[in-house]
Design a protein around this ligand. Sequence first.
Ligand code: TTP
Ligand code: MG
Length: 359
Amino acid sequence: MGRIVGHLDMDAFFASVEERDRPYLKGSPVIIGSDPEEGKGRGVVSTANYHARKLGIGSALPISKAWQLCEDFRKEGGARCVFITAGIGKYTHASQEVFSIVSSTIPVMSQSSIDEASLDLTFCETFSAAEELVKNLKEEIYKKTNLTCSIGIGPNKMIAKIASDFDKPDGLTVIVPEEVDSFLQPLSIRSIPGVGKVTAKALKKWGVETIADVQHYSWQDLQNKFGKHGFSLWERARGIDAHPVEKRKAKSQSIGKHHTFNVDTKDIHEVYAVLQKHIKSIVKEVQKQGFSGFRTVVLTVRFEDFNTVTRSLTLDAPICSAKALELKTTKLVLPFFEKTENPKNLAIRLIGVRVEKLT
Ligand code: TTP
Ligand code: MG
C-alpha cells in the first residue's frame, strides 16, 4: 500500500492570533512586523492578514513599503491598517496548543516550523478515511483555539505541502495518486518547494513557467543546467518525493502545559489546582529532558471572550523545584483575579504555564 501524507499550515498565523485576541481588529488590514515608524521603519513584515494581502502586503516586504501601501489605500477611502509588533511568546503558545491537539490524534507528525507540520496518515488506510480524520481535526482545532488552518493530503510530503497551500484559508485539498500529474501541471514552478527566485529566473530564460513546461526537459538537461539539484527538480516536477515523515524530537526550547476548563471559571481554587498539577509535571519533564533548571516562567490566560494574555518573568539565576515554580506562577496568576489584569471580572477559559531559558 502506498503512503498517505498530510500537511497542516495555519492561516496567516501571527495575524490570526492577534485578530482572535483583539476582536476590534475585525475587518481591518492587520500587519505583524517591526515598528513602521510612520514609514521610516527599517524592518520587515512578518505576516499580514488576508485583508492586508489584498493590498499587496505579505511576509518579508519592507515595513516602510507596507506603510506606504496602507497610506495609499487610506487616501482612496479604504480602512486604516493596524500595525502590530510581533509578540512571539503568544504565537509560541498558540503553536504548542495547536500541535498538541494534532499529536493527540495523529501518532507520527513532524513539525517543520512554528505553524506547520507533516502528518503521517498512512494508518488511515484510504484517502477518504484520511480526509474524514483531518476534517474532524480542523474542527477540533477551531473549536479549541478559534484559529483556522489549511490541510493538504497526498501520496507524499511534497504533494501534501503544495496541496495545503492550494485553497487557503481554511482549505482542505486531497490529491489522490492518479490526480498528481493534473494537479501539478498548471501550477507555477515556484510552487515546488526549493524552487526559489534564482532557479525560477533561470528557467524563465527557457520559457519555463509552469510545472508542465519543466516536464518537457529530460533529467540530463536539468542536471547540466542546475547540477545535482537538476535531478531533484526533474523528480519533483513529476510529484516524486520519498522523504518520510520523521518524528523529530528537537531539544526543547520550552516546556509547558495548558488546560481548557469544561466550564469557564472565576474560581481561584479551581485554577490553582490545575496550575499545581501542571507545575509538577513540568518540573518532571524538565528533569526527564536532562535540564537542571530554567529562568523564565510564562503564564497564559484565555478569558471567556477568547482574549488571551501572556505574562512572564525572567530570573537572574535558574530555579528547578516545584516549590520555586509555584511561587513564581502564583505571582503571575494573582493579578488575574483582581482589577489589575481582569478589570471586567471575566471568567477564565484556559490557563497555561511554560518555562523557558532552560539550562
Ligand atoms: P507562513 O505559514 O509562511 O505564513 P502565514 O501563516 O502567516 O500565512 P499563510 O496563510 O499563507 O500560511 O508563516 C507562519 C508564520 O511565520 C507567520 O504568521 C509569521 C512568521 N513568518 C515570519 O515572521 N517571517 C516570514 O518571512 C515568514 C514567511 C513567516
Ligand atoms: Mg501559515
